[in-house]
Design a protein around this ligand. Sequence first.
Ligand code: ADP
Ligand code: MG
Length: 483
Amino acid sequence: MTDDELDVRAFANEFRAFMKALQRATPPPEPTELARRLGEHLGADPGELPVTVESLPSYEQANVQAAMDAYLAGDGIEADLIGVVGSGREHQGFADLVDAARKHGQYDLGAVDYATVSVGVGKEQACVNFGLYLITTPEHRLAALVRLSGHRRAVPEMLIEVMCSDADAARQFLRTIREYTVKHHVCRGQVLSFESYEYGDGIGPLRFHERPHVDAADVILPNGVLDSVHRQILGVAEHRDRLLEAGHHLKRGVVLFGPPGTGKTHTIRHLIGAQPDTTVIVLTGLGVQFIREACSLARLLPPALVVLEDVDLIAEERTMSHLGMGNPLLFQLLNEMDGVAGDADIAFLLTTNRLDLVEPALAQRPGRVDLVAEVPLPDAAGRRRLLSLYGVSAHLTPDEVERVVSSTAGTTGSFFAELSRRADLLAATAGDASTGMSHVSAALEELGKSRYAVSNAIAAFRNSGGLPEEAHSTASPSPAPYV
Ligand SMILES: Nc1ncnc2c1ncn2[C@@H]1O[C@H](COP(=O)(O)OP(=O)(O)O)[C@@H](O)[C@H]1O
Ligand SMILES: [Mg+2]
């Protein structure tokens, strides 16, 4: 042993003795007011009491708040809501917080943290982000710590941690809160979409949309198409009881396919408007990755319509599984559709511009889809009705209408909406009192040119080896919003 090592040991011993003396000299920290208040409420040493935990996805925050509010409004139930402050509180479980408050003088009473959460179009609600409810029921005393945890896990979650001398009572309380999150669900009967979580995995906030209203007369489709879609989507809902009694399934799937701009989304907006009490969940493109959440929400809140737009975008997209790449997302979607019970009044509406990409998956997973309806390019009769619907015919003689009808073969419904806008704009900018054939012709030319320009640009790009042959040239109009 060298002299150096002896020095270290001696120093360690002396330091230990010094620390012991210091500890004897300083009194143990007092429990904080939080610990005292909790002990007084529960009538027991909170350090001795069990904690029961329930975790829900973060997007349930408003439902948890609605459930707590409904529970606390119950007969004979009283509660105080208090805040908890102290650094690092978000990293501690309820039991650890209480332990630190009792033994180390950490964490004390403070202000309750709230978050403002969207619960409808233009409707917001203050929800507890971090708060402790001290609840008194006729039979029990409970303490429920309600919080949004953003740090403990990669994906934020709502945590409800309940302390009570009777663990059964805590479990019963949590069961009731769960039940109430469904009963008082803020999404019931609403139109909503899921957004991706901005930073990282999982579902971010729900977005609520105004329910659109599009008259059946304003959806221009070949004879019979809208009727058969109506029968599957609206007819089944309307005759729910009779169909169930006869042993038929209510769950149904409809695919709308056709070129971009022919009115698939337009048709869906009409269907959504025609069912004012139905819960509608819209997933678009890669948003379809949330199909499991959408299905579980639909199961909770029937009657429901799950809209899956542009599913061709996910036909080849693979899900990530722990063992490398999983099944294509489209298969997962079809599997989730299959997982919904047949007697649930839930309709799935899928749209695609590329039935050829989607069809093989549908063929491999039969039984999910009851109707595949084509939404084609409008024929002459359709184009005539579109001209009238968008107010173009009103400016033209019958002859002129026929000229426009025959010169617009191969265009889509969205073309006529745009034609009307451009013709009126040309008339307005020219200072003409009303729109006429000259403006319509000029607008047609402009639109023809821009279509020609787009196809030319794509052809040039493809020739340079930039675009695979199957990527169609039709420029997709930006999808009509649901709002
Ligand atoms: N069949 C149609 N009947 C009436 N309007 C249509 C039709 N198709 C398209 N439109 C008009 O064009 C817009 C874009 O069409 P959209 O439904 O989004 O096409 P898709 O979803 O098939 O790509 C619609 O909002 C509507 O104004
Ligand atoms: Mg669309």
